[in-house]
Design a protein around this ligand. Structure first.
Ligand SMILES: NC(=O)c1ccc[n+]([C@@H]2O[C@H](COP(=O)([O-])OP(=O)(O)OC[C@H]3O[C@@H](n4cnc5c(N)ncnc54)[C@H](OP(=O)(O)O)[C@@H]3O)[C@@H](O)[C@H]2O)c1
Length: 271
């Protein structure tokens, strides 16, 4: 399916996850991001939210479902989808099986490695297992998250048979807004997904430039910034818990910023 221009994020929603996922789909979100990482995500309740949407007539093929394999360092050791004593390939297999069960599906549109694994032997075993899912047509795209070192991304790209389709990273000034990573992504057909897009950038949202553009289009500064991200080929994740913000943010495709406006906002990410 076509990759949507904004992805609904489900982290930290706890017991509200199913209602919020159902509501987000009702309002028009068609892409959902989660992870098999009970510490931060209730993937099982994402699945319940999806069932509610299916009851209203939404079909599985209308949705783009993205989940992640979280290596052991990112897990709560008392609540994780595999054993610490399992071989790494078994950990990936168990996590993937749990995700499919939680999400009531045999097909995951996008399967993301939650963070780089710097033991390259282990890393390759994990990626090869992910490639197996892709080759069995159980996964549509592979990706990597929290990858802030260009050399790691280059290693992954050079040493994989199934190349990553996505990099999902924090979009913030401390990483120089991943300028080099994003250039590499563009050159190699990888789509960059951003998180912390609003929360890490209050200085941009509060800038005179954003406020002027917001007045001109009669849209919130938040929506202007999301629109800007789409213009520079970034798909933002959005984990809003507010129905009003869902409705507002989904108007992202209703308007276009001018070249000069895109340039002016881009300059704010170069400081
Ligand atoms: N790969 C990773 O390691 C990783 C890490 C973090 C997050 N993520 C993913 O990214 C998703 C998004 O997380 P995030 O950290 O970017 O933050 P977020 O959950 O999207 O939070 C954004 C904040 O912006 C607010 N907001 C949204 N639309 C708004 C609007 N139109 N006007 C004003 N405020 C608005 C929300 O408040 P309201 O609730 O009041 O709208 C919320 O406080 C997560 O759910 C998760 O799926 C992935």
């Amino acid at each position: 399916m076509k990759i949507p221009n904004m992805i609904y994020g489900t982290a930290w929603k706890k017991e509200s996850t199913s209602n919020l996922v159902s509501e987000a789909i009702k309002q028009g979100f068609r892409a959902i991001d989660t992870a098999c990482q009970p510490k931060h995500y209730r993937e099982d309740l994402v699945g319940i939210g999806l069932l509610k949407a299916y009851e209203r007539g939404i079909k599985r093929e209308d949705l783009f479902l993205q989940t992640k394999f979280t290596p052991i360092d990112g897990q709560d050791k008392n609540n994780m989808p595999y054993l610490s004593s399992d071989e790494i390939e078994i950990q990936v297999e168990k996590s993937f099986e749990t995700s499919k069960k939680n999400l009531n599906t045999n097909f995951i549109d996008s399967y993301i490695l939650h963070s780089p694994i710097y033991d390259l032997n282990k890393f390759q075993k994990v990626w090869q297992k992910m490639e197996e899912f892709y080759n069995k047509n159980e996964v549509g795209h592979l990706g990597i998250s929290n990858c802030y070192e260009l050399n790691f991304l280059k290693f992954l790209y050079a040493n994989s048979k199934v190349k990553p389709s996505f990099v999902q990273n924090r979009f913030y000034s401390q990483s120089g807004y991943d300028r080099e990573i994003r250039i590499f992504c563009k050159e190699n057909g990888i789509i960059y997904q951003s998180f912390w897009s609003l929360t890490a950038n209050p200085h941009i949202l509060d800038s005179d430039i954003l406020k002027q553009i917001s007045l001109k289009y009669n849209k919130s500064v938040e929506l202007i910034f999301y629109r800007f991200l789409n213009h520079i080929d970034i798909i933002p994740l959005n984990g809003t818990t507010s129905i009003n913000h869902m409705i507002e943010d989904l108007k992202i495709s209703d308007f276009e910023l001018s070249k000069e406006e895109i340039e002016a906002i881009s300059n704010l990410t170069k400081r």
